[in-house]
Design a protein around this ligand. Structure first.
Ligand code: ADP
Ligand code: MG
Length: 682
């Protein structure tokens, strides 16, 4: 007898080769198979008479093969089978390409259901390569049909048939990870009904009942898993950081902190005084002053005799932090060092010695901070300034150099509150939702390329006045004239240099350059040696060039709003009035709405909410770095209400049974889901 752990080769028609192809979809067992949910559905319930068929629509017809199909070979590799099908309203010409077996499998005088796209004219209707089913069969036609994501060697038909068999074999063995009382309280259907209907829905209602249950289950298990991770974490004990007079630190700053910065520092101090390791994410818009919040944490650690490490994704950013923080800390008697890949061997050795002797209290650097030969005397605080660049692995590699150090993650990607729990998993979150006073609004315009000449004149005026300009080049898509972004960027830069701004210094940077080259170009731009930088989105990652006052984004419709907002954050960082110009010739309603949002607000959180509403959460998850189980069915752009409901149910269950001892099935399912996450964390 088959059970959920049985290998997929158990299914009729699946041998070595197909099992291997299914493996690419992470389907190995019958459980994987029946948990492979459809991406969408096609309603093929309605059957049409041939005369009713409209050109361009996809439709089902039931028709009789009028005469034996004919076969012809057009050339090597192109075989045609043609036939004419009839019902009592008309005739339909059907052509199959390279499906020679159709010649014998379709018999004259027999009736079949054909499903396909209607082509041709009203007088001569055609279908090419339609799906075919024998009269009375109901797997591919005559019903709501699931559409699965595919891979090479796996067809819809194969999956449909395999999943049908899989469900037959083990539908009764599905154990429900949702506790019965929760299932009832939230009016959710039985697990076997849900699995049946999610694949082969009997009606629209049945599908939504099934889907609601599966989404709830997924979010509920995720919520419990995350909460359990969080509570496990607090079991480790570390000496509390207390008794520090922060005023000495505040007194050295040339400005007073914003309310939001103070609040975040308060949350950090409470974490570090708690006797358990901190695990906190500080989320704040570009320019909101996250660095000073991190500096406060570093000060607190240093005064408690702990070393701190601050890791940035690039050398430029590390140097930027070093330049702004080391004078401040040296004045407070805290010694800093910069540790990057490009240090001379001798300097590097000396820094490593001082670090391992505890003579340096703060190491600022890149990945170089986690090299094997770097040892710390007493690493108690790890800060990553990630601008969504580091993965859980790198963070934990740095953490592993200390003994349960406090962890502070800084991110400049505003994420809607509802999502941050999902995306940042087991981190506590502080939000800096206030900019330092006196910050200028970056004026933003959305225009079509008709304005190009005026834009160039505008840019030239600013360069003449000594300002610098970013030009974000069209992102490259497959069908573009330029096949890769290197060509797009270099060609565009060349054009600007030779034909538009011959008297300006223009540089370019793109993703395929070596990191060293890239950093050299950025450094020279930062030093004011070039007037205009043509770039793909690499500048998105936190470079601070206060003299840059204009950013132009070509093909703005190809970017997510949050990404545009990040790009815009590259300007308006100094005393100069700054501008962001979004060029797009796309006239779709959605694009215009999205770009209008950019012109109306500078608030990253509002933009993130809009982005979520207009485009769904894909963009946020694209930047994820948590190693959490992927969502298979929930869609956080429309399932937010269910997310809240599931989170509340999860909290209630954990209050009543924190160890899940009375809910072993739930516990087991969560352990399976989170197995991967644990591995990467430890
Ligand atoms: P981000 O959050 O993007 O990392 P930074 O920490 O780099 O922002 O801060 C941006 C700029 O604002 C820096 O030059 C910093 O010195 C300045 N700054 C930070 N906090 C304040 C404040 N409370 N008042 C005025 N300026 C501030
Ligand atoms: Mg920063």
């Amino acid at each position: 007898m088959a059970d959920l752990q049985t290998d997929v080769r158990y299914i009729k028609g699946i041998g070595e080769q197909r099992a291997k192809a299914l493996g690419k979809l992470h389907i190995a067992t019958l459980r994987d198979l029946i948990s492979y949910f459809p991406r969408s559905y096609e309603d093929r319930r309605e059957r049409k008479a041939i005369r009713e068929l409209q050109e361009g629509e996809s439709a089902c017809v039931e028709a009789m093969v009028a005469a034996p199909p004919t076969h012809s070979r057009v050339r090597k590799g192109l075989e045609l089978v043609k036939l004419r099908a009839v019902d009592n309203t008309g005739t339909l010409d059907i052509t199959f390409f390279n499906q020679i077996y159709r010649k014998d499998s379709l018999r004259a005088g027999e009736t079949y259901t054909f499903y396909g796209k209607v082509e041709g004219t009203a007088r001569r209707r055609q279908m090419v390569n339609p799906l075919v089913e024998r009269e009375g069969q109901r797997a591919l036609t005559g019903r709501i049909v699931p559409i699965y994501p595919l891979t090479a060697g796996v067809t819809q038909t194969l999956l449909i048939k395999a999943i049908q068999q899989g469900l037959e074999a083990c539908r009764e063995q599905l154990e429900d990870p949702l506790p019965e009382e929760i299932r009832q309280a939230h009016r959710l259907c039985h697990i076997s009904y849900a699995y049946d209907q999610i694949h082969f829905p009997a009606s629209d209602e049945a599908l939504s009942i099934a889907r609601r249950r599966l989404v709830f289950e997924e979010l509920f298990l995720l919520a419990i898993g995350l909460k359990t991770l969080r509570s496990q974490r607090t079991e480790v004990a570390v000496p509390p950081c207390t008794g520090t007079d922060m005023e000495a630190f505040y007194g050295k700053l040339s400005f007073s902190l914003t309310g939001a910065q103070r609040r975040a520092i308060g949350e950090i101090s409470a974490d570090m005084a708690s006797g358990h390791p901190m695990n906190r994410l500080v989320q704040g818009d570009v320019g909101s002053g996250k660095t000073m919040v991190a500096a406060a944490a570093i000060y607190l650690a240093a005064r408690n005799g702990l070393q701190a490490a601050l890791m940035a994704p690039t050398e430029i950013l590390a140097e930027q932090h070093y330049r702004s923080l080391s004078p401040l800390f040296e004045e407070l008697g805290i010694r800093c060092a910069l540790l990057t890949g490009s240090l001379a061997a001798k300097t590097r050795r000396s820094i490593l010695t001082q670090l391992s002797a505890g003579e340096i209290q703060l190491a600022i650097g890149t990945h170089a901070l986690i090299s094997d030969d770097v040892a710390y005397a007493n690493l108690g605080l790890v800060v990553t300034d990630e601008q969504h660049r580091f993965g859980v692995n790198q963070r934990s590699a740095l953490s592993a150099k200390g003994e349960n150090p406090h962890l502070l993650v800084m991110s400049a990607t505003p994420i809607p509150r509802t999502l941050s729990l999902m995306i940042y998993g087991d981190l506590d979150v502080s939000i800096i939702d206030e900019l330092p006073p006196g910050r200028q609004r970056v004026d933003t315009f959305a225009v079509t390329s008709d304005y190009r000449q005026r834009i160039y004149a505008f840019l030239d005026k600013h360069m003449e006045a000594g300002r610098q300009v970013y030009m974000i080049c069209p992102l490259v898509e497959e069908n573009d004239a330029f096949p890769d972004d290197r060509k797009a960027v270099t060609a565009y830069a060349k054009h600007l240099q030779e034909e538009v701004f011959p008297q300006r210094r223009i540089a370019f940077v793109h993703g395929k350059m070596k990191p060293k080259e890239k950093e050299a170009v950025m450094a020279s731009f930062a030093a004011g040696e070039t007037n205009l930088l043509v770039s793909t989105t690499v500048v998105e990652v936190g470079v601070d060039v206060p003299n840059a006052a204009v950013i132009v984004v070509e093909n703005a419709e190809r970017f997510g709003l949050s990404q545009l907002h990040q790009l815009r954050g590259r300007v308006g960082r100094g005393p100069h009035k700054s501008y962001c110009i979004l060029i797009s010739d796309n006239r779709s309603e959605e694009t215009r709405k999205r770009l209008r949002v950019m012109t109306k607000t500078n608030d990253g959180f509002r933009i993130a909410e809009e982005d979520l509403r207009l485009r769904g959460p894909g963009d946020f998850f694209g930047q994820r770095q948590h190693g959490l189980p992927a969502l298979k069915i929930a869609d956080l752009s429309c399932d937010i209400a269910l997310l809240k409901e599931a989170q509340e149910a999860a909290e209630a269950l954990l209050r009543e049974d924190p160890e899940l001892t009375r809910h072993p099935l739930t516990a087991r399912r969560i352990a399976e889901l989170f197995a991967l996450h644990r591995n990467t964390l430890n």
